[in-house]
Design a protein around this ligand. Structure first.
Ligand code: ADP
Length: 765
């Protein structure tokens, strides 16, 4: 076995289940099974070394995107670098410098990636989610297995550490660690050190949260070869009474990813993350919502353009991954921050401007230094120089002067004059250094003291003692410049204080998200009045997304207090749109945003419950009807009189009478026990006679057999369901439609025997 192979196998043993990116010159190479896997995942060519060892490779300077692909495929990646310059004949020392996983990503620019750590506490679980690049730490406890899995899905956790037990979830990397991976004492020590405090009780509600958090932190320290995560945030408790937990299905039913796209007028990545967080975790208390609305009003003229992702920068500083391009952007960002004009009397704006002002003071000097001394076209690495202007250091300006190309030009001029060769050129490249290039036709004219260096197809390259001397001066100057800039850059990084950077990031994310919400006023949206009542009054409400895609949109109004609305009307009549529109307006109101309506007034809701459409959850191994019933069960168990409930069709996945009975009994329960603001759409006309509900319908007209929708909500139940007309609209063959009319005529003559009537409903309870 060659020494290189031995070295590879040693490192591979350290990398364990991670794919090893083995640095070999300008490439990262994969070997053995890793090569087979990488070639499949990345679509790169599989070759072999010595005809026996499978091998594949990627150029190191394009590795970032390929690493992302491997992580996206759910793999761990170990990055091995050359730790010294190659020397002839000697084996280069190599080390694994970091291990990345789908949940531990430091240098990524896009989605959040959390590392989860979970420990059992009696019947329940405590968890910690750590976002490595931003240092965000989320904790929760007292979770059943079901709630735990939901949390994991909600936060798109891709890598979970379980201490002392195993969790099998699809598409998630589960790493089972021994229960003593970190002891309680060591966990406390580690976190106390990180937060620089003596006791953790105020930050962590349960010992399980401490251990889970410390386990996640320890895993990051080990994989990133760090002693400390300087940018670790204080933990946020997920189960917070300040925000409403939206269920995964509600996010899907209300199409929140699209709503987010619509309202995301933020100008920074920081703000976008904050706005998304608000949308997915709306505020609960009407007082807080009111405060937020006032802040949004104060942000109409605020703009955060040109401010970089300071949170990620803090992460990069902590992980020692900061590049000159980052520091340059920091200098520019601080300039933008200095120019921010915050006015307004709202509590939030007062607080934010104070924080920004204080934190900015601590970074002002370093920002000014960067702007004064760093070059605008900053490189992505700090090893090769080219970062600073000569003004950064007296020695640097001297070294730059020494490399002035003027000397080369002079030499060229002089050689042209001496040799009489007008096409003579003095140039350099990385491999051959400095040379004099002469074309073939002029070779006969070269002086005798020219030494041949290299032969080309159309000429030759030479050197002279004079050029050699100049080359020595230039090269030493260049090497010293590189070294000096490296040191200067390291010194610069030491001067950037992480704490104020994180405070700025936090405040600016809020400011940017607030100002994005203020942009909604330009769309003719209005601030709703939100109080503690159970009212729901929306005048001329619109669906924010459908409104965009429709040439003309019919607004609708609603007025109720703890009422159940039963909505009937034909398919395609606009029932779902109307119900979602109410959900979205109330939700937007809860993040302090203006809403698409002429006016709106409602009591803050305690929870959103939705059951819409026939969502398949086959991957969870449940039938459509089962999913429908599970969702319904949750609503009936969890909703209270302050909830907003939206139910679009229930009981369709089983026989008519079964379905009708379930819908009937559920509706009665909603009316008599829960008394929440409820919108319930159905095709079961039998339900319209239930006492205690308000009947409304989506208006439609049959004009000469052609169905016309007005999308107008009208009082009373729909008289007809227009099923056959809709089938006609959908393009069923004419003979089938005609036959359907015939059959309907015959069925209508036979009075349909209804096993349920309103007279018997009381006896059900
Ligand atoms: P239903 O739930 O009654 O089957 P939908 O709510 O899905 O009907 O609406 C069907 C289509 O009608 C929507 O996709 C949209 O294009 C259009 N629509 C719905 N409501 C309105 C409205 N208020 N104004 C204009 N078009 C609407």
């Amino acid at each position: 076995m060659s020494p290189l192979r031995v070295q590879y196998l040693e490192l591979k043993a350290q990398a364990k289940d991670a794919i090893l990116l083995f640095r070999l010159g300008d490439f990262y190479e994969f070997f053995d099974q890793d090569a087979i896997d990488a070639s499949q995942i990345l679509g790169i060519t599989l070759t072999s070394r010595d005809k026996t060892i499978p091998m594949a490779g990627i150029p190191h300077n394009h590795a970032q995107a390929q690493i992302q692909k491997l992580l996206f495929a759910g793999r761990k990646v170990a990055i091995c670098e050359q730790m010294e310059l190659p020397q002839k004949g000697a084996l280069v020392r190599r080390e694994i410098v970091r291990i990345l996983t789908p949940g531990i990503q430091i240098d990524h620019e896009h989605d959040q990636a959390y590392l989860g750590a979970i420990i059992q506490e009696g019947e329940h679980h405590a968890l910690a989610f750590l976002e490595t690049s931003t240092g965000e730490l989320l904790i929760d406890h007292g979770l059943s297995l079901e709630r735990l899995c939901e949390r994991i899905r909600q936060y798109a956790i891709k890598h979970v550490l379980t201490l002392g037990f195993t969790l099998k979830l699809p598409n998630i990397l589960n790493e089972t660690l021994p229960i003593n991976y970190i002891t309680k004492n060591r966990a406390q020590e580690l976190l106390c050190e990180h937060y620089d405090i003596g006791v953790l009780d105020a930050l962590f509600p349960r010992p399980g949260c401490i251990i889970a958090s410390a386990a996640a932190v320890l895993m990051v320290l080990r994989t990133q070869r760090l002693d400390r995560l300087t940018h670790l945030h204080r933990p946020s408790l997920l189960k917070s009474s300040a925000t409403i937990d939206l269920r995964e299905e509600t996010i899907e039913h209300l199409d929140l990813p699209h709503l987010f796209k619509l309202i995301n007028k933020t100008e920074t990545a920081l703000g976008a993350r904050r706005l998304k967080y608000w949308l997915y975790h709306p505020f609960r208390q009407s007082a807080k919502i009111h405060e937020q609305q006032e802040a949004v009003k104060d942000c109409v003229a605020v703009t955060c353009t040109g401010i970089m992702d300071l949170e990620r920068l803090a992460g990069k500083l902590a992980a020692k991954l900061t590049t000159p391009r980052d520091t340059y952007a920091l200098g520019q960002s601080l300039l933008q921050i200095e120019a921010l004009k915050l006015t307004g009397s709202s509590a939030a704006i007062q607080r934010l401007s104070q924080t920004i002002c204080d934190a900015y003071q601590q970074l002002r000097d370093v920002g000014a230094w960067i702007r004064m001394h760093q070059k605008a076209d900053a490189p992505t690495t700090h090893r090769d120089g080219g970062i600073f202007q000569g003004s950064a250091h007296p020695d640097l300006s001297e070294l730059l002067r020494a490399q002035d190309t003027q000397a080369l030009l002079q030499l060229e001029e002089q050689e042209i004059k001496n040799t009489g060769i007008p096409t003579l050129k003095v140039r350099s490249n990385r491999i051959y250094g400095y040379y004099i290039e002469i074309t073939k036709s002029q070779l006969k004219n070269i002086p005798t003291h020219y030494e041949r260096k290299q032969t080309l197809s159309n000429g030759e390259r030479f050197t002279t003692p004079e050029l050699k001397a100049l080359e020595r001066i230039l090269l030493t100057a260049e090497a010293r410049q590189r070294e000096l800039e490296y040191v200067l850059f390291e010194e610069l990084l030491m001067k950037i204080a992480i704490n104020p950077l994180m405070q700025l990031a936090d405040a600016l994310s809020e400011l940017d998200a607030l100002s994005a919400l203020s942009r909604m006023l330009e769309r003719n949206w209005v601030f709703p009045t939100i109080d503690t009542s159970t009212d729901l009054i929306i005048d001329q409400g619109r669906h924010p997304l459908v409104e965009q895609s429709q040439q003309s949109f019919t607004p609708n109004s609603i007025q109720c207090a703890s009422t159940t609305f039963l909505i009937t009307g034909p398919n395609m009549g606009g029932k779902s749109t109307f119900m979602r529109q109410i959900g979205l307006i109330v939700l937007l109101g809860h993040i302090g945003s203006p809403v698409p309506a002429r006016s709106a007034h409602f009591g803050a809701v305690s929870s959103f419950h939705t059951r819409i459409g026939a969502q398949d959850a086959l991957e969870r191994g449940q039938s459509t009807f089962m999913v429908e019933m599970t969702e319904l069960a949750r609503i009936l168990h969890e909703a209270d009189e302050h909830s907003l409930i939206i139910i679009d069709e229930i009981g369709r996945g089983t026989s008519t009478y079964d379905g009708l009975s379930v819908a009937w009994a559920s509706l009665e329960w909603l009316v008599s026990h829960i008394r929440a603001r409820t919108l319930f759409a159905t095709h079961y006309h039998e339900l319209t006679s239930l006492p205690g509900i308000i009947n409304v319908h989506m208006h439609a007209l049959d004009i000469d057999g052609k169905l016309k929708f007005s999308y107008k909500l009208e009082p009373g139940p729909a008289l007809q369901s227009f099923g056959i007309q809709v089938a006609d609209l959908a393009g069923l063959p004419k003979p089938v439609i005609n036959r359907a009319w015939q059959i309907l005529g015959r069925l209508d003559k036979k009075p349909r025997k209804c096993i349920l009537s309103t007279d018997t409903q009381l006896s059900l309870f």
